[in-house]
Design a protein around this ligand. Structure first.
Ligand SMILES: [Zn+2]
Length: 76
């Protein structure tokens, strides 16, 4: 877990911490190269959020800095 994830897991009640993690896992970050990982896996948190924002970030697969789309995986 990243620092921010550890911090929130420590201060939140167990139920909310679990909710935060499962929701963050449902949000996927996708690079233009096709690489996809969940917000949680990337060390971030996305909780009680809506919409499909774009984020300029470094891709851990292709190594390029590009706009990534963040969208919720409705199947999980
Ligand atoms: Zn990429």
């Amino acid at each position: 877990m990243s620092n921010v994830q550890r911090f929130l897991a420590a201060i939140l009640p167990e139920r909310l911490a679990a909710e935060m993690e499962s929701e963050s896992r449902a949000w996927m970050i996708r690079c233009e190269c096709g690489f996809e990982q969940s917000v949680w896996e990337s060390g971030g948190i996305r909780w009680k959020a809506k919409g499909s924002p774009r984020q300029l970030r470094m891709c851990s697969s292709c190594g390029k800095k590009s706009w990534h789309t963040i969208s919720r995986n409705e199947t999980t």
